[in-house]
Write a protein that binds this ligand. Sequence first.
Ligand code: PEP
Length: 247
Amino acid sequence: MARRKLIAGNWKMNGLRAAVAELDDVLDDAAGAACDLMLCPPATLVPVFASRAAGSPLVIGGQDCHARATGAHTGDIAAEMLADAGAKAVIVGHSERRADHGENDALVREKAEAAWRARLTAVICVGETEAERDAGRALEVVARSLAGSTPDTATAETTVIAYEPVWAIGSGRTPTLDEIAEMHAHIRAALREHLGEIQGIGVRVLYGGSVKPDNAAEILAVRGVDGALVGGASLKARDFLAIAGAV
Ligand code: PEP
């Protein structure tokens, strides 16, 4: 089955209002892209990005949401608030959230359900640490995290999976192409088992971790890779568009 590729940018805690110039450059090229495009700026920029991107195929997303819709959760943002600000998607379970905020698979699963409740696409992140890979446990660890973080009712319309080896994020290091292919095949098999054939085949699985313009083409050509979740290289429109152009 042909799944349309998705290139998603995660700006993390970077970007002030002046960064809208980068967004405008992405918007100039978004309509001609051969893949779907998503940008996830910090929450402060979601409203301005979403209003500028209105009518374009570029999807604006958040980087995290709370599991509840309202309540006494100082500093948190509900999925409904992101949707109200114009977001159409949200990343949940990024390894930096898991490490910095102690988020576990059960909470990530609740956040994915919160995203759907607000009609946002959930981009669910999973990945192994370097110690887990060195111990030969990468496949097992990722399969367990995927099963714990992904609600059984996930569909191709509501959900994207991002495989992001923790040790590859921001490090300039990536797994070998064979290792990426092996992990994506493993994730695909798990999705088919958990979600059934139709949704299990339809859900897109992105690779994330040090994707740059100079390695994007080879990574995106790996069997089973349906796109990329890009951190640092998504901050500059030129680099983000070069990665999208490698599809
Ligand atoms: C990320 O933060 O999701 C990511 C993949 O970062 P980078 O591309 O900078 O490694």
